[in-house]
Design a protein around this ligand. Structure first.
Ligand SMILES: O=C(O)CCC(=O)C(=O)O
Length: 440
């Protein structure tokens, strides 16, 4: 007589692990995380161990993962090229010292600092600047206090205040803003930054008359178009980022602390988005950003009358130590505009819009378009996100209210934007276009 067979429980049906987990698994494997700790995280996240094990093992046969590994190895090689050069730069015993130099010739400045890509503080050339004698918060109020200006406000409420600077733009009366700065004490909550475009306005032309001798290699004919005015309290912090050009930043009133990280240390700067680093140099987080621990930070305090020269691509974070008035300008007499691709990959198009022209799909998702402060046009989407458009110099600047939104989806598909009598014309990468007329 045969004994009754013990019922074997059916093998658990494979459960779908969603795309965000699958992406996380790939990132962890590429980052070298231990399998056991990944399993712990996935179980803590509510997944069955067996499903988590299967999903991790599935990568071994996944050609997309093989391709990602290939790219990772190429990126590692590129990083080694940069970091080996960085070791050479940093082996100079003077590497950590940001020099202060006076009376540089064009030739030495071009060779040692512009092409040598080395930060330097230039001294002496502002002795003849009327600004050095006249600029002060009170003078600003007396001469221009009746005018309105765009400032960044309520920065405390937004941890990404620099990336979202257009959204935080507020038009205020300059006289009232001067009072706020002078009386408000140390704060990072408000700041009149380069974004204000103030020097492009004829009413503020007298400020440009206050600028005297320029540093070496400067093209004065470009000064009016390529300069910015900064005013804020002690305590403003411009977070770690790099620019896409070289520039001078002259301190007229107050001191600023500049901190730098070499562009060759890109991989240590956690540059996940655009030109911004995730690292805060005031409080670098060793758990989230362990590679930053190997970066070398240079530091210098720039005094009134001194000019910081910011060479190409250097990461910098800037803190005002006192109430500060400063003037920045990028009119170098050498080519001075460089392209940097955004390290963030574009989001995949959602299936609904995949077959439609981008412009038609966007039309369906629009709620409203309005003109807000400073001639900025705000386009609002059904998911509550917004795109803000603002003319800047000869072009248009666009800013999305949040990543992973409909606004960022359409923002990333823009191939060109032009202003058109109060309206904006958007051209998309698939060739479609839409004209948006703000309402009110
Ligand atoms: O002065 C500041 O707060 C920031 C200056 C800066 O980052 C720049 O000019 O690129």
């Amino acid at each position: 007589m045969s004994s009754p067979s013990v019922p074997i429980p059916p093998a658990p049906l494979p459960r779908q692990i969603d795309a965000s987990w699958r992406r996380w698994i790939v990132e962890q494997r590429l980052g070298g995380s231990a399998i056991e700790s990944m399993l712990q995280v996935m179980q803590n996240g509510g997944l069955a161990r067996v499903d988590a094990e299967r999903a991790i093992a599935a990568l071994d046969d996944d050609p997309a993962y093989a391709a990602a590994l290939g790219l990772q190895h190429r990126l590692r090689k590129l990083d080694a090229v940069a970091l080996n050069l960085q070791r050479l730069w940093a082996s100079d015993p003077q590497y950590r010292t940001v020099e202060k130099r006076a009376n540089l010739s064009d030739e030495e400045f071009a060779a040692r600092y512009v092409r040598g890509c080395r930060p330097v503080v230039l001294t002496g050339h502002t002795r003849d600047w009327p600004a050095m004698r006249s600029w002060s918060p009170e003078d600003l109020k007396q001469r221009f206090g009746h005018l309105d200006v765009d400032v960044q406000s309520e920065r405390h409420a937004d941890p990404n205040y620099e990336q979202n600077k257009l959204l935080l733009t507020k038009r205020v009366n300059l006289g009232a803003f001067v009072d706020q700065v002078v009386r408000g004490g140390t704060t990072n909550d408000y700041y009149l930054t380069a974004n204000n475009e103030l020097l492009r306005r004829p009413e503020f032309a007298p400020l440009l008359d206050d600028i005297g001798s320029l540093p070496p290699l400067c093209d004065r004919s470009q000064l009016a178009n390529r300069s910015s005015f900064w005013f804020g309290p002690a305590g403003t912090v411009t977070p770690l980022h790099h620019d896409t050009l070289m520039l001078f930043h002259t301190q007229v009133v107050g001191r600023k602390r500049w901190r730098f990280v070499s562009p060759l240390e890109w991989s240590r700067a956690y540059n996940l988005r655009n030109v911004f680093s995730e690292v805060d140099l005031e409080r670098p987080d060793p758990v989230r950003f362990p590679a930053f621990a190997d970066a070398t930070v240079l530091e210098v305090v720039v005094e009134p009358g001194e000019t910081m020269f910011l060479p190409l691509g250097w990461w910098h974070q800037v803190t005002s130590l006192e109430v500060s008035l400063s003037f920045s300008y990028s009119c170098l007499a050498v080519p001075n505009q460089f392209d940097y691709p955004d390290p963030a990959p574009p989001l995949p198009a959602p299936p609904a819009a995949a077959s439609a022209h981008t412009a038609d799909a966007m039309q369906d998702e629009l709620v409203n378009a309005v003109t807000v402060v400073g001639g900025i046009i705000e386009v609002q989407f059904k998911d509550g996100s917004t795109l803000r458009f603002r003319s800047r110099g000869s072009g248009m600047e666009v800013q999305e209210s949040r990543p992973d939104s409909r606004a960022s989806h359409y923002g990333q598909r823009l191939a060109g934007i032009s202003g058109d009598g109060g309206a904006i014309q958007c051209q998309f990468t698939d060739g479609s276009s839409i004209r948006i007329v703000p309402f009110g």
